[in-house]
Design a protein around this ligand. Structure first.
Ligand SMILES: [Ca+2]
Ligand SMILES: [Ca+2]
Length: 331
């Protein structure tokens, strides 16, 4: 398929809008339902709905799409963004006589907007359904995740993580250059079979960013996961260097863990783990050193383990994309 430039797409989109506009003007002659204009006053746009990025937006450079429109009255509105290839969505609601100060920096709901994607911008008015406005914006690339917190890995950089397999691992590998990734073009996929609770792990060294400003009580570990295998789970493990010798010593340093179920509907889901949910792990020969309290400044490594909820003999696993730590709010 030939690549459409923003201006080419704009023309096609305008042509598509003509029947919509004709339909709207016809519908106005014969209103269906209550006369909302009589209840709330007729809404008029005193200036057109539009935005400041006709040539597309570079979220990576922290550009934002700034919207404009002026109304003849104060009105409830919802501005929705719908990715045409990713299916990603996001919306902003408000009540005002204009859209000044309303901007979009690439925020999203369940999945991310994709690089090189057309996004429809739909402005709707709850009390004035005939006044819906549509525009579109071209997204050149995704926002830089590291703006939101400490990005431990997005899996795009092979040096930012390592993979460890075991006896029950079927496969554990990176999927590269794929539109299936929820962030960028790379994610990790792990599957194992057998009556085990460890099918392999992603190991991430925590020197990817400064954790000293992050409080355990108010911070989150965030990732995206996807699975079709019922009963799959991940065990998150944080390894401390409790005795400050620069290495992780089994039986001498504290380990903190928690197990999270993975939704098995085949779709990508955001997962947000409050770091305060991590509990001291005293299994095996693990120990309590400095009172069993997680100290992020001593954290050396985080493992994302492929596991299952129980101990049954089956096949379990999931895909995972990016791991980011955020202070104060989940990502
Ligand atoms: Ca990625
Ligand atoms: Ca140590």
């Amino acid at each position: 398929m030939p690549f459409l430039t923003p201006s080419m797409y704009g023309r096609q989109f305008s042509l598509l809008l003509i029947p919509v506009l004709v339909f709207c003007s016809c519908a106005k002659d014969e209103p269906i339902g209550p006369d909302l204009g009589g209840l709330f006053g007729e809404l008029e746009l005193l200036s057109d709905f539009g935005h400041n990025m006709p040539n597309g937006v570079h979220f990576e450079d922290e550009e934002t799409v700034d919207f404009s429109a002026n109304f003849n009255l104060e009105v409830d509105y919802t501005l929705s963004f719908i990715g045409q290839s990713s299916g990603a969505t996001y919306s902003i609601s408000g009540k005002s006589t204009n859209l000044s100060g309303i901007s979009w920096g690439g925020e999203c709901n369940a999945v991310f907007f994709r690089p090189m994607e057309w996004v429809h911008c739909v402005l709707e008015f709850e009390d004035h359904p005939d006044n819906t406005q549509i525009d579109s914006v071209f997204v050149w690339e995704q926002p830089d995740l590291s703006i939101s917190g400490v990005l431990l890995t997005s899996f795009e950089e092979p040096s930012s993580f390592s993979l460890t397999s075991g006896d029950f691992t079927d496969h554990l590998e990176t999927a590269v250059n794929t539109l299936e990734a929820v962030e960028g073009t790379t994610y990790v996929s792990g599957i194992g079979t057998g009556p085990a609770t460890w099918y392999g792990a992603i190991r991430i060294l925590t020197n990817q960013g400064d954790l000293s400003n992050m409080e355990v009580s108010s911070s989150f570990l965030n990732l995206h996961a996807r699975s079709e295998l019922e009963g799959s789970a991940t065990v998150i493990k944080v390894f401390e260097d409790s005795n400050d010798d620069g290495i992780i010593d089994a039986g001498q340093d504290e380990v903190f863990t928690t197990k999270l179920p993975i939704i098995a509907d085949g779709e990508w889901h955001r997962m947000n783990l409050p770091l305060s949910n991590l509990a001291l792990d005293l299994s095996g020969n693990n120990v309590s050193v400095n009172g069993g309290v997680l100290d992020l400044e001593k954290a050396l490594r985080i493992d994302i383990t492929f596991s299952q909820l129980g101990t049954s003999d089956g096949t379990f696993g999931f895909d995972v994309d990016y791991v980011i730590l955020t202070p104060d709010f989940p990502f």
